[in-house]
Design a protein around this ligand. Sequence first.
Ligand SMILES: Cc1cc2nc3c(=O)[nH]c(=O)nc-3n(C[C@H](O)[C@H](O)[C@H](O)COP(=O)(O)O)c2cc1C
Length: 206
Amino acid sequence: MGAGLLMLGSCVQPTVNVEPAPVNKADIVIENIMTRVSVRNFTNEPVSRADLQTLMKVGIQAPSANNRQDWEVRVVDNQQTLNEISDLAKKSEAGAQLAQRMGDKNIFANAPAVFFIAQEVGAPYSGVDTGLLSENILLAAHAMGLGAVYQAGPVRSMTSSPEVMEYLKKLGFSENYELLNIILVGHPAESPAVKDRDASKARFVE
Ligand SMILES: Cc1cc2nc3c(=O)[nH]c(=O)nc-3n(C[C@H](O)[C@H](O)[C@H](O)COP(=O)(O)O)c2cc1C
């Protein structure tokens, strides 16, 4: 009997075998890319370690030049650590503006988890490679119902402060690695609209 056929019998309850609708992988991936937005406001619900582990895994699955994997990733979900980094960064000259903008929040917008991403100094494509790694994390976070944003700004307020740099030794990046960007991750407390892109930037040429 074929799937989806209604089966009737004297002592058998009617059942319907419904096959799942066919899944078009391309549609799902494209929809995920097209609906991703940067999220900068989070609830205070923690992100599970299992989800953070998944984000680390998909991040380092990104392509990299010659498969050098010239990145290092540290994830901090300890609020005390994040607050301590933030308090030091806010005191720095470069952090003053950010401190004003963040108000009561720490420089990480009180995100429950922060990815710190470092690139290998002098590796010619490490900026590209860390960017691809970051995008994997952003897209996966969105697909998982989490909110995330790539940020470079707060890194300036951290790296310009000797006190923060001393504290950040705790992250244990290798000597020839420098912090390039962070990614804030949490459960979204906002749903920003998708921003338009300039379609004229990409076109066919005969
Ligand atoms: C290299 C880079 C640096 C960024 N730095 C910051 C930042 O410091 N703070 C911030 O809130 N967003 C930052 N963003 C996020 C962008 O503002 C955001 O991706 C852009 O406005 C497009 O919006 P969308 O991500 O919602 O599509 C950065 C993004 C990139 C790629």
